[in-house]
Design a protein around this ligand. Structure first.
Ligand code: C5P
Length: 196
């Protein structure tokens, strides 16, 4: 029987770190769904048609070294607003969620659209300033610029018509502004363990 953990939230809220820790703890497979949109964004930047880029995505596309940059995040959020791109990526994500050992998927719409039946849904958030500071520690550069990009991406992800970023009604909210990553991981593990 599959067991799915959906982890959603805005950019740099700590979803990635949390997802890795949780999947390691329970021995679950982990899919960072943001990488799918980042890979499509990168192909579109090279001139490909967005829908074809999404339809023809292969696992190797997720290994490109340039996918973690701020620019790749912006390109991802632009293609992610296209319904045809989102539809093309649904099956791959749903199949992944059926992994026999259990699965953690992190993204923006996992609890609302991709896996509405997920056994556990977490919505991870933090203030824009805290998230921008964390991202700036990773990427460097001008912190005000990083904050502006975080806000711009939030705005686009929350206000798009198709699968906007928002917590599922039955999601547990985890605000990481004031918590250490260890505290967040411990809370998530407790919530998941209670459902297994
Ligand atoms: O999570 P990450 O920052 O890598 O995601 C990059 C972009 O991909 C997001 O800003 C969002 O627009 C899009 N995305 C999405 N749905 C997901 C995951 C990511 O729309 N499930």
């Amino acid at each position: 029987m599959s067991f799915t953990v959906a982890i959603d939230g805005p950019a740099a809220a700590g979803k990635g770190t949390l997802s890795k820790a949780v999947s390691k703890h329970f021995g679950f497979a982990h899919l960072d769904t943001g990488l799918l949109y980042r890979a499509v964004g990168a192909k579109v930047a090279e001139g490909q048609d967005p829908f074809r880029a999404a339809e023809e995505l292969v696992p190797e596309d997720l290994l490109r070294p340039d996918l973690r940059t701020l620019g790749a995040g912006q390109a991802a959020s632009r293609v992610a607003a296209l319904p045809s791109v989102r539809v093309a990526l649904v099956d791959f994500q749903r199949r992944f969620a059926l992994a026999a050992e259990g699965a953690v998927l992190d993204g923006r719409d996992i609890g609302t659209v991709i896996c509405p039946q997920a056994e556990v849904k977490l919505f991870v958030t933090a203030s824009a300033e805290v998230r921008a500071h964390r991202r700036w520690l990773e990427v460097g550069g001008d912190e005000a610029q990083v904050l502006a990009e975080v806000r711009e991406r939030d705005e686009r992800d929350m206000n798009r018509a198709d699968a906007p970023l928002r917590p599922a009604p039955d999601a547990h909210l985890l605000d990481t502004s004031e918590l250490s990553i260890d505290e967040v991981v411990a809370q998530a593990i407790d919530l998941i363990a209670a459902k297994r």
